[in-house]
Design a protein around this ligand. Structure first.
Ligand code: NAP
Length: 291
């Protein structure tokens, strides 16, 4: 019997959770799920039990989940097939008799098709419902927007343009650092009493992009304005600047969701569970832009 199976370990979040877990529990208690055998060597070489399985293929998951007590289930990065993939994971966990599934869900306010990020949110809603109805013990972590994405929102050209240009209006977002989400996961996996709980995995404060522009101005010692265009104008400007439509569309969608207040709720859940405050936006911006 293995105590833990960590998925997504070839990606940023899963790797951070594995790295956080290794000093706390015996390596013999940990297995990882990898879909591509070529990417498994790093883990095999360090003596970790590697299970090969793909969210697209339920039978590979049933095999991979054998003897697993707690499954850390990182949501898929494949948005177009995500609901089907995630249902495969839930069904496989049920059939393999996994004792607890810790799922990385998503902060949101509007749960209808009118949400600016319905395409992202729907698969999380479907997965949460499937988990809750499955009879499995679940822990749902409603992840806020990654703070790590702030440089992407702010853009590489902000110093030249002297502005942050995003259709995020005056919306607030409780950005949270991926490493804090990993620390939360390690805490939940290694302590008791988290069965059938839903935690708000986002920050205790939620700045606007305007406030972020003021913070950045102070760090780079130059005035950086915040300009919030209409979405059509934003798309045209980015297209003229040669930004791929898919990237501009993602920026517009998430910015519109910020404007609509999708990520504005704040929570003390992370502080209560970790016994410390998560990294603030100010600290993160200083780390990124101080140089
Ligand atoms: N809250 C936010 O702001 C935010 C932002 C970005 C993403 N996310 C979500 O959070 C997740 C984790 O973030 P991240 O930064 O760690 O993403 P990431 O670096 O792209 O990692 C995604 C992981 O999922 C694995 N994966 C994808 N499809 C799979 C499949 N069919 N079967 C098995 N494993 C599969 C990938 O494996 P491979 O290496 O084989 O591709 C990779 O290990 C993302 O997948 C996404 O759902 C949230």
């Amino acid at each position: 019997m293995k105590k833990y199976l960590i998925t997504g370990v070839t990606g940023s979040l899963g790797k951070a959770v594995l790295d956080g877990l290794l000093p706390k529990v015996s390596k013999d208690e940990i297995a990882v799920l990898v879909r591509n055998e070529e990417k498994a060597s790093e883990f095999k070489n360090s003596g970790i039990d590697v299970r090969i399985g793909d969210y697209n293929n339920e039978s590979t998951l049933i095999d991979a989940f054998q003897g697993i007590e707690k499954l850390y289930f990182v949501s898929s990065s494949d948005l177009s097939n995500r609901t089907e993939q995630h249902l495969n994971v839930v069904h496989a966990a049920t059939k393999a008799n996994v004792k607890q599934v810790v799922y990385t869900s998503f902060q949101r306010r509007n749960e209808t098709a009118s949400s600016p990020i319905a395409a992202v949110a729907q698969s999380h809603l479907d997965t949460e419902k499937a988990l809750i109805e499955s009879g499995l013990n679940y822990t749902i972590l409603k992840h806020g927007l990654y703070m790590d994405l702030l440089p992407w929102f702010i853009g590489a050209q902000f110093m030249e343009n002297k502005s942050i240009y995003l259709p995020a209006g005056e919306g607030r977002a409780a950005f949270i650092l991926r490493d804090d989400l990993a620390a939360l996961a390690v805490n939940v996996l290694t302590s008791i009493g988290h069965e059938n709980k839903i935690y708000n995995a986002y920050a205790e404060s939620a700045p606007t992009m305007c406030e972020i522009a003021v913070e950045v101005s102070g760090i780079v010692k130059q005035e950086i304005a915040y300009v919030s265009p209409f979405v059509d104008e934003f798309m045209t400007t980015l297209s003229q600047a040669g930004v791929p439509a898919e990237v501009a569309g993602m920026l517009a969608g998430f910015s519109s969701a910020i404007a609509a207040g999708e990520f504005s709720e704040v929570s003390a859940d992370i502080s209560s569970l970790l016994g410390r405050k998560p990294t603030s936006v100010s600290t993160f911006l200083e780390q990124v832009y101080q140089a």
